[in-house]
Design a protein around this ligand. Structure first.
Ligand code: ZN
Length: 273
């Protein structure tokens, strides 16, 4: 189980919206001020006029103190205080959406780092970067060839690289630091996701119409970054990052950024990085 947390009450409106109440013990949050018995509440509300239907245990009917568990993308599993476990099926809400909604409600927004560590079982300070790891060998190999001048962009390659960078809102004469700063400009998570998916698709399309060393580089990179092409908001598991966006999105952005750095280096001939 990736996420697990006790709740006070889970209710829904019968139409796919859920509300959550959690009673937090202060002692979970601060080692210094351990004043016994002190609590505070997190709660969310259903839409105006909605009737609150409590989620309850199918065996003992308990509707308070249910624990939510599950991995991101999997159905939620609930456990009552007696130890009965079940996967609730709520009208208008796929079971895996229930887990995602409850996690987002429990974290609040913007994400509270302490709550995150309390409810994420394997919470780590550094998040895994599967896409950056996947594309790194391809990027490193290209970087070495550029650096040794065994691969020098011809005019066609420079023009293709320049088109891709322009589409991404980048300029080929910018430094890697400037590219990085640009891609971290404040945007909504939806806009960042759209940018990442759009630029991945441009890369993949370009790889199919480009020959030679650049075509090979683009094809290898696109193949390793394929998960970006089908990424949706549902894939963006919350996590604590300094930029405030999902670690999944940070990883995708970083992986595409590494490809853009190679394109920039090749197009400018500034390959001593
Ligand atoms: Zn029960």
């Amino acid at each position: 189980m990736t996420w697990t947390f006790p709740t006070s009450r889970i209710s829904h409106d019968g139409a796919g919206t859920v509300a959550l109440e959690i009673c937090h013990r202060v002692s979970d949050y601060t080692a210094v001020a351990r004043r016994r018995g002190q609590v505070f509440w997190t709660s969310s509300a259903l839409p105006d006029g909605a009737t609150a239907l409590d989620v309850h245990c199918p065996v003992c009917m308990a509707d308070r103190g249910l624990t939510v568990s599950g991995a991101w993308g999997d159905p939620a599993e609930l456990t009552c205080l007696c130890g009965h476990s079940w996967t609730p099926l709520l009208p208008g809400l796929p079971p895996e959406q229930l887990l995602r909604q409850l996690v987002r409600l429990a974290l609040g927004g913007p994400i509270d780092a302490i709550r995150y560590r309390l409810i994420k079982v394997d919470a780590a300070d550094t998040h895994p970067n599967p896409l950056q790891d996947a594309v790194r060998p391809v990027v490193d190999e290209a970087g070495r060839e550029l650096n040794r001048r065994t691969w020098v962009f011809d005019d066609d390659e420079s023009s293709i690289a320049s088109d891709l960078l322009t589409r991404a809102g980048l300029r080929e004469y910018w430094s890697p630091q400037a590219l990085d700063a640009l891609s971290r400009q404040s945007r909504t998570e939806e806009e960042r996701l759209a940018w990442v998916v759009d630029n991945y698709r441009a890369l993949a399309a370009c790889s199919r119409s480009t020959r030679g060393r650049l075509g090979l580089f683009l094809a290898r990179a696109a193949s390793r970054l394929r998960p970006i092409g089908v990424m949706t908001m549902d894939d963006l598991e919350p996590g604590v990052t300094w930029s405030g966006v999902s670690p999944v999105l940070e990883d995708a952005r970083g992986a595409l950024g590494a490809v853009h750095v190679v394109l920039t280096a090749g197009a400018t001939g500034n390959v001593d990085y």
